[in-house]
Design a protein around this ligand. Sequence first.
Ligand code: IMP
Ligand code: MG
Length: 176
Amino acid sequence: MSAKISVMISEEEIDKRVRELAAQISEDYAGESVHLICILKGSVMFTVDLAKRITVPVTLDFMKCSSYGDSTKSSGIVRIDKDTDESLEGKNVIVIEDIIDSGNTLYYLLEVLAQRNPKSLKLCTLLSKPDRRVKEVKVDYTGFIIEDNFVVGYGLDYAQKYRNLPYVGIVEDLDE
Ligand code: IMP
Ligand code: MG
């Protein structure tokens, strides 16, 4: 049985916004290169689409953290499951996140990454739910600010499902 999902941000809207963010990043880092750190798994779609639109040289790395199980509430405990392969030393690092909710994950992660001597360290998120913030994190690039709804699609999951949807949507019958 499949749940009913209503579209919140369409494929076209996402594409338009990703191009705008990529243009902004390309302008901000003109004459330099950027090192994107994709936070697995939720940021995969966003990272690759963004990377394709950035016009300055791009390198990619991947990290995996967990603060969530299969529930929709943050546990507040952040664990690094997979660290980066490359050194951050002297690089213009941009952490690419799917969504910032409580802020717990990125608050912790940015502290850890700042210790590794990057030339610069910024944060780019597709989605942000500011009303849910527990820890303050400075977000440099935000795709969309959304209300406190649990969303799926375009990389985001509910119990590992729906990541492949080309749009961001709300699962209507989440509690079943
Ligand atoms: P935070 O540490 O509470 O900011 O949570 C960040 C992580 O929680 C994100 O990277 C997502 O994996 C997950 N998350 C938070 N809100 C949602 C949502 O609405 N849908 C899917 N995943 C979410
Ligand atoms: Mg995530």
